[in-house]
Design a protein around this ligand. Structure first.
Ligand code: MOS
Length: 756
């Protein structure tokens, strides 16, 4: 397949600094909990000290008697006023104040409201609770967990060909078990909610990846119309999936504000964030590959186990991706859901792919080693012509080109394949690689674009900039379409008063918002051109409209004749010109927009389309150094090459790829939420003991963005880039550790003690 080049002719594809960068670094950016409100009160959450059982009795007197305490909410006094939040992915959720049931350690059981944060916190500490305690089941293999095969639902399993026969007759079989740990997002910004009522209208300031979703969800929970709620989320200090769905706290702060008739502000503590929000649950995998001695795959079987809470069936089912990575005549997948006494998990950067690609890409490396084949060559031999499970064509697939470019940049040709063969003094050197893939998703969304008489534009869309650069992407698209400088475009996001954008997740947001904004801009430009060509006078009268375009703040026609955009606008309006547009991508029904307005996020997913299979691909390479004596593991360099369609802003895209790779380093070597096996409690629920990479852990990160034009994925050819950067890292590092040491570690994170 060829891979034609994307050559920017305007703002689209040109590296552009964040338009909100100055506001952020100077402190002018107002995050939701920064909202200054007159007469605000402060909330503090009281959370359960047990993981399973019931509340027998609250002792609230001591807390109530503290001067400055305004209210204490428990299920006994507000339990009838709210329903639990609906999970976006089905099943109930645990974190609720509706009754006395305790589902997990750290569940919200009461909310104290006081005149200051300090008083609220002090009062919360004075509340005593009697529990009827039962013994909890924290994770896999604990007595009392309940496992079942995932029911049909959002995700699919595949059963193609005869995997058992292929495994029985295979010349080479890889048959291994792998594990990934519990992880928490730990965004810098904590989980906050601020609520204020005014005349029956509720305003919620909360960091959110989906303001319309939060509005619809809270409306249902507290029994008001969505129109009575406004959600504002202008800046978000990191989310990574954790601010995608509604959680219990919002409704309770809304009720608290209504009860005391004052605005109420909650900033949950870092530790509370581990249990009142979502996280990535631990997974287990059984991976089997059958192949010829030349490495031609005959079977891929991937069975996964995922932990979730008691009432929720949340699962990520990443075998939808692993099933279509390589050509194989037989593929079988299955997912088991394991219910434990835990809070409900949720999205975390590349939710399905990060845990599921780890076993597949390690197993491919094991197969390559077993048959003495280079791991890149092994993937080349199994590169599919079409989607191996559906038979659909790929919208575009440049996986091998990614391997070729990344391996050249990395210097892979100099690798001695023998484990422990490369050393530098006391350091064993290992080189490893892995594939990355992520579905190209796009959602239904609306946008409004206004052109002012002075030729400046304003984009209005309830999209979300979770640190990814969405403000800048919105400005780039409008500037590109309207022939303006990026600096002449103002962008307003994160407010349910604006046209709805779907949730900023699934690496879909750039594709999603670009198409809606682009449509609104196209409509404006068509109107301007039509007005210029259908008038009886002026330099464009009677001209072919197809020969006119907006460029550099001017309307430009045949032969280079041009006029100021502001003059062209005057033909249509003495004031501003405005266009509202809705975009419903291929594969979604017309009612998608109505669903979006009500808070559902209809999304066309790259792995579930009927016409093509649409994925972004990448190849990731790492060097690790393992100290001969101490077994300390360092990662001096990483290279990633990605083919992700049109890159709207190479500068912020680079940050996304690089950030994903650095996170992958942390996931492979550092990150793990430890669970007390008796109390079913997260032990390192703080940012001191929850390890993430620091500057000293990260050396050289090379990102190659391969030019790729994909006309089938969507009109603008945009694939997502927010998540793919993390996907191959777990396996690339594990494979490099094997190459350095000869030790296969199939359980993450890989630690010194695994190598001693
Ligand atoms: Mo992202 S983890 O898909 O919100």
């Amino acid at each position: 397949m060829s891979c034609p080049e994307q050559i920017p002719t305007g703002p689209l594809g040109t590296a552009t600094r964040r338009i909100d960068g100055r506001a952020k670094v100077t402190g002018h950016a107002r995050y939701p909990s920064d909202e200054p409100l007159h007469n605000a009160a402060y909330a503090h959450l009281v959370t359960s000290r047990i993981a399973r059982g019931h509340i027998a009795r609250f002792h609230l007197e001591e807390a109530r008697n503290l001067a400055g305490v305004l209210d204490i909410l428990t299920f006994e006094n507000v339990g009838q006023q709210a329903k639990p939040p609906k999970m976006m992915t089905g099943g109930g959720t645990t974190t609720t104040l509706q009754d006395n049931r305790i589902w997990h350690d750290g569940q919200i059981i009461a909310v104290v409201v006081a005149n200051s944060f300090e008083i609220a916190r002090e009062a919360a500490g004075r509340i005593r609770v009697d529990y009827d305690e039962e013994s909890p089941s924290p994770t896999f293999d604990s007595p009392g967990v309940e496992a079942h095969i995932r029911e049909a639902g959002e995700h699919k399993d595949y059963d193609v060909g005869d995997v058992d026969a292929a495994l029985a007759r295979a010349e080479v079989v890889v048959d291994e078990w792998y594990e990934t740990p519990t992880q928490h997002h730990n965004a810098i910004e904590l989980f906050t909610t601020t609520c204020a009522w005014d005349n029956g209208q509720l305003t919620i300031w909360e960091p959110s990846q989906f303001v319309y979703g939060l509005r619809g969800n809270v409306a249902q929970q507290i029994g008001v119309a969505p129109e009575q709620i406004r959600v504002i989320s202008k800046f978000i200090g990191g989310a990574f999936g954790s601010k995608g769905g509604a959680t219990a706290r919002t409704a309770w702060i809304a009720i608290a504000a209504r009860r005391i008739n004052r605005p109420v502000k909650l900033v949950a503590t870092r530790g509370q964030g581990f249990t009142i929000a979502t996280y990535r649950a631990e997974t287990r995998h059984h991976l089997q590959l059958a192949a010829t001695k030349d490495g031609i795959l005959d079977a891929v079987r991937h069975e996964g186990w995922e932990v979730t809470s008691r009432p929720s069936n949340y699962n990520v089912s990443g075998n939808e991706t692993t099933a279509r990575m390589y050509a194989s005549p037989s593929v079988k997948t299955k997912v088991n859901v394991v219910h434990a006494d835990r809070n409900t998990p949720g999205f975390m950067r590349a939710p399905p792919e990060t845990p599921y690609m780890f076993p597949l890409e390690c197993a491919m490396d094991e197969l390559a080693h077993r048959i003495g084949c280079d791991p890149i060559e092994l993937r080349r031999r199994n590169e599919p012509e079409r989607d191996p499970v559906t038979g659909l064509p790929f919208s575009s697939r440049h996986l091998m080109r990614c391997f070729d470019e990344a391996s050249e940049r990395f210097g892979w040709a100099k690798r001695d394949a023998k484990p422990r063969s490369m050393a530098d003094g006391d350091w064993l050197v290992g080189w490893g690689c892995a594939s990355a893939a992520y579905p190209a998703n796009i959602a239904a969304t609306a946008a409004r674009v206004m052109l002012r008489p002075n030729g400046q534009a304003r984009v209005e869309i309830a999209a979300h900039d979770i640190g990814t650069g969405a403000y800048t992407v919105a400005a780039i698209i409008a500037a590109d379409k309207l022939g303006l400088d990026v600096g002449d475009v103002q962008v307003d996001l994160g407010d349910t008063r604006l046209p709805p954008a779907s949730l900023a997740a699934g690496s879909s947001h750039t594709a999603t918002i670009s198409h809606a904004i682009g449509k609104a801009c196209d409509e404006l430009s068509e109107r301007i051109i039509r007005a210029a060509t259908t008038t009886n006078s002026g330099m464009f009268a009677g001209a072919d409209p197809r020969a006119l375009r907006l460029q550099q703040g001017r309307l430009v026609g045949p032969g280079g004749a041009s006029e100021q955009l502001s003059d062209a606008l005057k033909r249509l309006s003495p004031g501003a010109l405005e266009a509202y547009a809705e975009n419903i991508p291929t594969g979604l029904k017309p009612e998608a927009l109505a669903q979006l307005y009500s808070g559902q996020p209809p999304m066309s997913r790259g792995h579930s389309r009927q016409d093509v299979t649409a994925y972004a691909f990448g190849a990731q390479f790492v060097e690790v150094r393992v100290h001969r004596r101490t077994c300390e593991i360092r990662v001096p360099r990483m290279v990633g090459a990605f083919a992700c369609g049109t890159i709207v802003n190479p500068l912020t895209a680079y940050s996304q790829f690089m950030g994903g790779m650095i996170w992958g380093l942390g996931a492979a070597l550092e990150e793990k939420t430890e669970i007390d096996p008796v109390a079913a409690r997260y032990v390192n629920n703080n940012i001191a003991e929850y390890l993430i990479p620091v500057n000293a852990d990260v050396c050289k990160v090379d990102v190659l963005m391969l030019p790729e034009i994909d006309d089938d994925v969507n009109p603008l050819g945009i694939k997502g880039i927010g998540e793919i950067g993390i996907v191959g890292m777990n396996a690339a590092i594990a494979n490099a550790v094997f190459h350095a040491t000869g030790r296969r570690v199939r359980r993450l994170p890989i630690r010194i003690e695994d190598l001693l």
